[in-house]
Ligand binder design. Structure first.
Ligand code: UD1
Length: 309
């Protein structure tokens, strides 16, 4: 049994991680201000303590870190909307970067004996780099405050780890999808928007010809990767892509969905989104070397997502 802190534990990815940790018998502390997450995502279990609090509150975070002897820390709390980071660059920076550095600084100053700190970054750091597949050492081209903060924090996490002997790792998520993904914003992940349209029998808008591809990775594979990089290996001070290593077009996704729901989706075509990248997928060799094996292809993943509604 381990004691685990999950910041952002009420969110889509965080709450799925919490479920897994509880299943593993861990004791979990969640810090989440519910700005993006939902209290209803948090499992009711005596093993979970939930603090509705912002990670930007230094006093609170410091007290918590000193009070509890955490074995593992997962840094998932973030403003996950790129558009929001463009609209509020300084505020999102305080959450996406500064608050995380303060956590590292607290660990450093107080010599906290943490087994692993994992930071969650994004494929957004590759920006418009056209190289495929994206390798962890591919050219970085962060184009928005969101991507800049993710990349800078990744570096902080890795280099703090090296400089001050803190066991840290970072991951770059590709297009994660699955149960509890929030479809509320127009900038939500495309699979949550398609799912929403299928559920409400409303129209789904494809921007462009639908031939753009992404590396869609089901939440359970993501959780597998997170657990592997923390409890499952001694690896430290490295960054890992988290995807499936395959690319699927939106048109293919729609075909799969139509088979699952056994009817046609209503599709509208609009102009390509400005700044949209055409293709993206991950090279997951590094993660595979540690034993990671994605188990959910798009058909299986979408079916489970659909059935979870
Ligand atoms: C994702 C991230 C973004 C990050 C980028 C970096 C999400 C929601 N977005 O963007 O933050 O900067 O990776 O790799 O995780 N689409 C439609 N109709 C819709 C919505 C989207 O056709 O209603 C299209 C988009 O134009 C795009 C594709 O679907 O071509 C995927 O869109 P999206 O899910 O937003 O992900 P990314 O563009 O990969």
């Amino acid at each position: 049994m381990s004691k685990v802190l999950v910041t952002g534990g009420a969110g889509f990815i965080g709450s799925n991680l919490v479920d897994q940790l509880i299943q593993d018998g861990d004791e979990v502390v969640i810090v989440d201000d519910l700005s993006m997450g939902l209290a209803s995502n948090i499992p009711s279990s005596s093993k979970v303590t939930f603090y509705e609090h912002s990670i930007t509150d230094h006093n609170f975070m410091q007290e918590l870190l000193l009070k509890e002897d955490f074995d593992y820390i997962y840094l998932l709390a973030a403003i996950a909307s790129v558009a929001d980071s463009v609209a509020r660059p300084y505020e999102t920076h305080q959450i996406n970067q500064e608050a995380n550095i303060f956590i590292l600084e607290t660990i450093r100053q107080h010599n906290l004996a943490i087994k692993k700190v994992l930071f969650t970054s994004s494929a957004a750091v590759y920006g418009n780099n056209l190289e495929l597949p994206k390798r962890e050492d591919s050219t970085i081209d962060p184009l928005t405050p969101y991507a800049i903060d993710k990349f800078a924090t990744e570096r902080f996490v890795i280099d703090y780890g090296k400089l001050y002997n803190i066991p840290t790792v970072a991951v770059r998520f590709f297009n994660v999808y699955g149960p509890r993904q929030n479809p509320k914003s127009p900038y939500s992940g495309v699979l949550s928007l398609i799912t929403q349209a299928a559920k409400h029998q409303s129209a789904f808008t494809i921007f462009g010809d639908g031939e753009q591809t992404r590396d869609f990775v089901f939440i359970k594979d993501v959780i597998q990767a997170l657990c592997l990089l923390t409890k499952g290996s001694n690896i430290v001070h490295q960054v890992f892509n988290v995807g499936v290593g395959k690319h699927t077009s939106l048109n293919q996704v729609i075909q799969v969905y139509e088979q699952i729901i056994n009817r046609e989706l209503q599709i509208i075509h609009k102009a390509e989104r400005v700044g949209d990248i055409k293709h993206s997928y991950a090279d997951i060799t590094q993660l595979r070397r540690l034993g990671y094996q994605p188990h959910y292809d798009i058909t299986t993943g979408l079916k489970l997502y659909w059935e979870s509604l």
